[in-house]
Design a protein around this ligand. Structure first.
Ligand code: ADP
Ligand code: MG
Length: 697
């Protein structure tokens, strides 16, 4: 194996320096070993031939068998393409090549029988296939049975590298696998989980003998990858709980009690009480708290955060609340100032736009300890900010803060502060165990009383006027309305244009009302001003991009209209929907779409119309889009790219791997027994170069 790791891919026959460069850049493959671990994403049964007339809708890769009846070069220069017509007697298929036109034209002939393998799509009302793999009947015979389809990128395809080519390279490496390969998984794990040996598994995924053996091979490889991940997380967590001391917060005192008895604006929900108890016990335990607080949008996390900060204050420490945006930081600041006014606590706000003078005062007061609570954005973790006694850090809506930023906080004190990360993005169990496997979890699973679930509707363009009538009705009842436009990249001109047009249209339609307008390109003070108009109720309508996505709290708002809803991810839609339904009145979320939606997209949006449960939405999001896509939510948290396991679908394997890793660590906490050294080594190879876990909270 060592040799494979150190064999540069450029020396493999048929690769060479130029393609090696490309493979490295596009797929991260630089050694023989990497290529061996480049697994097929799916498999095609090559004994199955489709007829063109039987193709339907969204098909994956298929094989069709027939003849070319014409072939012609079209276009000129860089736009030259080869267009052929292919028939199998049941229908016609257009076949197109944009590259290597001459070579293709010479290699294949009209009238001869071929098998084409590719992804058909409908183009101009006719089936069409671009850059298929082509076999003669003879060459196809050599390749029956299951065949892996290797992931590629557009650039690789453009350079003529096919899945088949990758497959051939892999085949030439497989014989180099040592006869007696040492299996890095500990023998006791291999036998108690009945896992296939490594060498067999590697041969099998690239050369499946049957569906059943392929499944066993994939299971083994998934298990292994998740096993190292869990081993790493658990080892780190165990070490930390032994080595890192926490600030002891034994007391509940003046601040907490006074607030609880005199200032609480409403009774806490049972879930809020339970979570505060959990956090309090954790901070009182003498260990450092590292806790994730999950609670659906509107479940009242802010109040919990506030009360936890009071516990820190009661024990003579300072506390800090970080928000992902200025708007949110401002809002938290206002809320806290209002709630804490009667108790005389010094609360300050620090953001990018805080003036130098105010900043100086904050720095001073933090260092002399007279500032109790600091609220802010990233600005609070700058190096200049020094604390006398920082005891608790709360990170709101953590997904905007990367792992590295969490790590920053650590450096502030000799004894690290307690850390509470709050999120409204429900994290499915599998992910929680992997990405946040080092955190303890508290869940607020109850909304404050009197809330009515938001009604969610999907509406196409032709019913826009109906939607506006609904909006008008709510406005007449004194309610407020959000209208959100997608602006995926703040630089995209067409998005900005549709936002501006939308704003004009809304202003024209609702002339009796004031419309606030916010987007990411505005100056901060302008944004804040517009936002505050809406928050104070001086503007009844807010037209904006997703800058309002997280945390904004205007209980009087009852309609959330989301334009081009199909362009948002489910979790994002759920976040947006959470901006309404915060008061007692019935609220609505209208998902607008201009276009007729493809089935998949419609099904995705139907998840929203059928449930308001954030966990169901998150699970569905994970299943449909895969963990890497969760809008960067978790990407930043994922320490490595998984090569074969899929967190959305392999929940059970995650559990097994965690169980196994935990078992191994029970026996051998330092992983020093001979049977565990190979696994420990693999784990180090995987992780030590990527993330320094010892610095992460
Ligand atoms: P989130 O969990 O989304 O951050 P917030 O903390 O913004 O939720 O709270 C949402 C709304 O619910 C706020 O208006 C808040 O004042 C209100 N709220 C919080 N806790 C309670 C409670 N126990 N009873 C009634 N309303 C509450
Ligand atoms: Mg919040």
């Amino acid at each position: 194996m060592e040799r494979l790791r150190h064999s540069d891919i450029k020396y493999l026959k048929g690769v060479g320096p130029a393609r090696a460069e490309l493979l490295k850049k596009e797929l991260g493959i630089s050694s023989y070993y990497d290529l061996l671990y480049h697994f097929p994403t799916h498999y095609i049964d090559r004994s199955k031939i489709y007829t063109i007339s039987s193709l339907e809708g969204d098909v994956a890769m298929v094989q069709v068998k027939g003849r070319f009846i014409s072939m012609a070069t079209q276009g000129e220069g860089a736009k030259t393409r080869l267009v052929a017509l292919f028939t199998d007697g049941t229908g016609l298929m257009e076949v197109v090549w944009f590259q290597r036109v001459k070579a293709i034209r010479q290699a294949y002939h009209i009238g001869e029988e071929y098998i084409l393998f590719g992804k058909p799509s409908i183009f101009n009302g006719r089936w069409s296939m671009a850059h298929p793999e082509i076999d003669t009947l003879e060459s196809a015979r050599a390749r029956e049975g299951l065949r892996g389809v290797y992931p590629l990128t557009e650039r690789l395809r453009a350079r003529g590298i096919t899945s088949r080519q990758i497959g051939a390279w892999v085949q030439s490496i497989l014989p180099l696998l040592p006869q007696r390969l040492i299996d890095p998984l500990p023998p006791e794990i291999l036998s108690s989980y009945r896992l296939m040996g490594l060498a067999d598994a590697l041969r099998e995924v690239h050369n499946p003998q049957s569906t059943a053996t392929l499944e066993k091979a994939r299971l083994r490889l998934k298990f292994e990858e998740l096993f190292y991940l869990q081993l790493n997380i658990l080892r780190y967590t165990r070490q930390r709980s032994q080595q890192v001391e926490g600030l002891p917060f034994p007391r509940i005192g003046h601040f907490f009690n006074t607030f609880y008895q005199q200032c609480l604006p409403f009774p806490l929900t049972e879930a809020q009480k339970r979570v505060i108890r959990e956090i309090r016990a954790d901070m009182g335990s003498g260990r450092q708290m590292n806790r994730l607080l999950q609670g659906d949008v509107g479940s009242g996390k802010t109040l919990v955060a506030l009360m936890c900060m009071l516990i820190a204050l009661d024990n003579g420490y300072q506390a800090c609340l970080m928000a992902p945006t200025e708007i949110l930081a401002h809002q938290h600041y206002d809320t806290l100032c209002e709630l804490l006014a009667p108790i005389g606590i010094n609360v300050k706000l620090l953001t990018g736009s805080t003036t130098a003078k105010a900043r100086r005062l904050i720095h001073e007061q933090l260092e002399d300890g007279s500032l109790h609570i600091l609220i802010g954005t990233h600005a609070v973790i700058e190096d200049k900010v020094k604390w006398a006694r920082l005891g608790l850090v709360i990170i709101d809506e953590q997904h905007r803060f990367g792992v590295a930023q969490r790590a920053q906080l650590w450096k502030k004190n000799a004894t690290p502060p307690h850390v509470l990360v709050m999120t409204a993005t429900p994290i499915p169990r599998t992910l929680a165990m992997t990405v946040y496997g080092d955190l303890d979890v508290s869940v607020i699973d109850e909304l404050p009383p009197g809330r009515r679930p938001v009604k969610t509707l999907l509406r196409y363009e032709e019913r826009r006027m109906d939607v506006y009538r609904g909006v008008g009705q709510q406005l007449r009842q004194g309610r407020q309305v959000y209208i959100v436009y997608p602006l995926i990249k703040e630089s995209e001109k067409s998005d900005l244009k549709s936002l501006e047009e939308g704003y004009e249209l809304i202003r024209d339609t609702f002339r009796d009302y004031r419309v606030a307008y916010v987007h990411g390109k505005m100056r901060q003070d302008e944004k804040d001003f517009q936002m505050s108009l809406f928050v104070k109720g001086e503007a009844q309508i807010l037209v904006s991009t997703t800058v309002i996505e997280v945390g904004v709290n205007v209980p009087n708002a009852t309609i959330m209209v989301i334009e081009n809803a199909e362009r948002f991810g489910l979790s994002q839609l759920h976040q947006l929907r959470g901006r309404v339904g915060r008061g007692a009145a019935q609220s609505y979320c209208i998902l607008m779409s201009k276009v007729k939606l493809a089935r998949e997209t419609r099904q995705r949006l139907e998840v929203m119309t059928s449930t308001t449960d954030g966990f169901i939405v998150a699970e569905a999001d994970l299943k449909m889009r895969g963990p890497g896509d969760l809008e960067g939510t978790l990407q930043s948290g994922m320490p490595i790219d998984l090569k074969i396991a899929n967190l959305a679908h392999d929940g059970q394997v995650v559990e097994l791997a965690r169980q196994a890793a935990s078992h191994v660590l029970d026996l051998d906490p330092s992983l020093s027994l001979p049977a565990h050294q190979a696994a420990a080594r693999e784990m180090h190879l995987l992780f030590d170069k990527t993330v320094d876990w010892s610095k992460i909270s």
